[in-house]
Design a protein around this ligand. Structure first.
Ligand code: GLC
Length: 685
């Protein structure tokens, strides 16, 4: 109660001008403080892969400071592929400590929107297609951030599942589906993670912008969930002074530097003076801001100092990267490669040598460094192996993709779709053929060949969606020719979202998948390829064979027009592929290991809401396995599975470990639970 009284006392001392200054951006990443009362500004920063660089005041031009580089963490999709809750906590803890170390009060992370389509440009930032897995990773991540007296700001609330027309698109989704698929992870973020802030999404929901959506912010967030924290707009996501101020949004942020013209600035002052907005509504917003400041020890008291770019943080980034790499295919024991048998290694593909930290939009990171696959492999093999590199393909970078002030223009167009580049000119085609020929020629003499391709942040980026799932830059042609010349070529893909693999998936022995994996991504990848790390990543999204197999495209709409209909309903990802027998290229939850495991003696205890089992490592190397429990539910006249619990465990070779899985809270007690295809017996204890 003390805090409430203190808050009230402070609010009573504030003038209207001072209150207004506290609820809108006074710069791109901070609000105004009230010096005379010792109230500091509220300072924010992106993002989902680390603490973003500083900008020149009032501009989106990098300040180019010497001390604002940061630890570049694996992206959200990589973190989710670890299926490791404690690593999620550690990732959050690194982000929180670095944010504090850089003087931030709010970090605009995690991004947890459901992956409805593989084309969404921001999928790399998001976690999964499954709301339960998303919540189970987001909650500890948020707790990790907030242990550093920094507020997490979970985003983008809600149903922001595409970039095309993101500022205006009206999402039309059945309310039951909204509550079953698109809201639960935010509920977990708030209730289990204790998120102190929520970012209202750009888009409209049922016709109304999220920033002024009474159903979303008041009925659900405030009333049903009891959320007492801050609701912050996305940058430029407010469109009306009165309707928004009378609602539950607390702070307006935007991308233009006419801060006094913001909807929550002079216009709001006039609206209050004219009685169109009650000052009481302003007081509630200011009260929540002050309450957050108290929670973060900003108004006196001992506040954590934080620090950034530490060795410990880099070790955490590496630990996450190691557990996020997914071994999709491994036949003829192609992997791991044996260094002692390789004197000449050929690396082919731009992604062997490309850094990804400073791309993707607001998630961009000015990394202290970034280990590419080539650097990681070189450092692992040392000088005894001759490593040669063939570019194999090239990406055409359009000017617009590298505009430093893209964010300032981000309100001009509501987010468009990435163009597939100009039609390939004859010159480009000839250049591609030449690169392919050179790569193939070199492949013939190498002891081993590793192709590293995929996507990059010219494609996986905020503000745009892909047009299809095809690999760009004629990579498929190169892969086809490579597998002809060297069937033992190891294929490695680095990307933020799935790509079509139909033209080579049967021919290739080994396929390895890595999301944008942070500053130590190349180290982790090298360790997996050469067996120093046994891969344990599992897909947190379905890799469909064809875009047309994805429910948003098969049954629903993507990206729609001014409105988008989620006609696929709850059938998102594996809920569709399994329910309608649409075999994917690689399934949700799949990922291989260099060892083998058996799961035995599984028992389901309905009254305890747990499953216990034994995981036995039946192979020759230690490894980690994620036991996944699915429940079988009725679904429109049929049945389908949905994830009901999981636990990751490390088991040395030849040993076994007991595992206890706490199932997600569900209404009905007795249900059919499966691990793999085996139905669990339930035991009444
Ligand atoms: C962007 C993004 C949001 C980000 C914010 C600040 O437009 O949608 O995720 O945190 O603006 O850069």
């Amino acid at each position: 109660m003390k805090n409430n009284d203190e808050v009230r006392d402070i609010v009573d001392k504030l003038t209207l001008d001072e209150k207004i200054g506290m609820i809108h951006g006074a710069a791109f990443f901070r609000t105004e403080g009230v010096a005379r009362l010792g109230i500091p500004p509220l300072v924010m920063s992106d993002g989902t892969m680390g603490v973003r660089q500083e900008f020149k005041p009032g501009t989106w031009k990098p300040a180019k400071h010497s001390e604002d580089a940061a630890t570049y963490l694996p992206c959200g999709s990589a973190l989710a592929s670890t299926w490791n809750r404690s690593l999620a906590f550690k990732a959050g803890s690194v982000l929180g400590e670095e944010a504090r170390g850089r003087g931030k009060d709010i970090i605009l992370s995690p991004g947890i929107n459901i992956k409805r389509s593989p084309l969404c440009g921001r999928n790399f930032e998001y976690l999964s297609e499954d709301p339960y897995l998303t919540g189970e990773i987001a909650a500890p991540y948020i707790r990790g951030i907030q242990e550093w007296d920094v507020a997490a700001c979970v985003k983008h609330f809600a149903a922001n599942n595409q970039e095309t027309e993101r500022l205006w698109v009206d999402v039309r989704v059945d309310e039951k589906v909204l509550r079953e698929i698109y809201l639960p992870a935010f509920y977990d973020a708030v209730k289990k993670g204790g998120a102190a802030c929520v970012m209202a999404a750009y888009n409209r929901l049922y016709g109304r912008h999220c920033s002024m959506n009474h159903y979303l912010l008041n009925d659900i967030l405030r009333e049903e969930w009891g959320f007492g924290g801050l609701v912050i707009s996305d940058w430029g996501g407010v469109h009306d002074t009165v309707k928004t101020a009378e609602g539950e949004l607390d702070i307006e942020m935007s991308v233009t530097n006419d801060f006094d013209n913001y909807f929550f600035a002079d216009q709001l002052k006039i609206a209050v003076r004219e009685g169109k907005v009650s000052e009481k509504a302003i007081d509630s917003k200011v009260g929540r801001i002050l309450a957050l400041m108290m929670q973060l020890h900003m108004l006196g008291g001992q506040r954590k100092k934080g620090c950034y770019n530490t060795q410990e943080h880099r070790e955490t980034a590496l630990a996450i990267a190691r557990e996020s790499v997914v071994l999709l295919k491994n036949e003829n024991s192609r992997l791991p490669l044996h260094p002692e048998k390789i004197h000449r290694l050929l690396l082919i593909g731009e992604n062997a040598d490309l850094k990804h930290a400073d791309g993707g939009g607001s998630a961009e990171i000015k990394a202290l460094y970034e280990i590419t696959p080539w650097m990681g492999i070189s450092s692992l093999l040392g000088g005894n192996t001759e490593i040669t590199y063939a570019q194999g393909y090239f990406r055409e970078v359009k000017k617009s993709d590298s505009d430093a002030d893209w964010q300032e223009k981000s309100l001009e167009n509501g987010g468009g779709r990435v163009s597939r580049g100009e039609k390939e000119s004859k010159i480009m085609e000839r250049k591609r053929e030449k690169l392919r020929r050179e790569a193939i020629a070199q492949a013939k003499d190498a002891d081993a060949v590793i192709f590293v391709g995929g996507l990059n942040h010219d494609i996986d980026s905020e503000g745009k969606d892909r047009q299809d799932m095809r690999l760009p830059y004629a990579q498929e042609e190169l892969i086809r020719e490579l597998l002809e010349a060297r069937p033992d070529t190891v294929l490695v893909f680095i990307a933020g979202s799935p790509v079509e693999m139909n033209s080579f998936i049967q021919k290739a022995d080994a396929i390895v998948w890595s999301y944008y994996n942070g500053m130590e991504g190349g180290t982790a990848l090298a360790e997996v390829l050469f067996g120093k790390t046994n891969p344990s990543g599992k897909l947190a999204e379905t890799f469909f064979k064809h875009l047309s197999d994805c429910p948003a495209h098969a049954l629903g709409e993507f990206p729609g027009g001014t409105a988008v209909e989620y006609k696929e309903g709850r059938h998102v990802g594996y809920r569709f592929s399994e329910r309608f027998d649409v075999a994917p290229a690689f399934s949700f939850g799949s990922g291989l290991s260099y060892t083998s495991f058996s799961i035995e003696d599984a028992l389901y205890n309905p009254s305890a809401g747990t499953v216990r089992c034994t995981v036995r490592n039946t192979g020759l190397s230690g490894g980690k396995e994620t036991v996944q429990v699915y429940r079988r539910i009725r679904d429109e006249g049929g049945f389908c599975r949905e994830l009901a619990g999981f636990e990751k465990v490390e088991v040395p070779a030849g040993e076994n470990r007991a595992v206890k899985i706490v199932l997600r809270e569900i209404e009905e007690e007795d249900q059919e639970l499966y691990i793999g295809d085996s139905l669990l017996t339930s035991v009444k204890i």
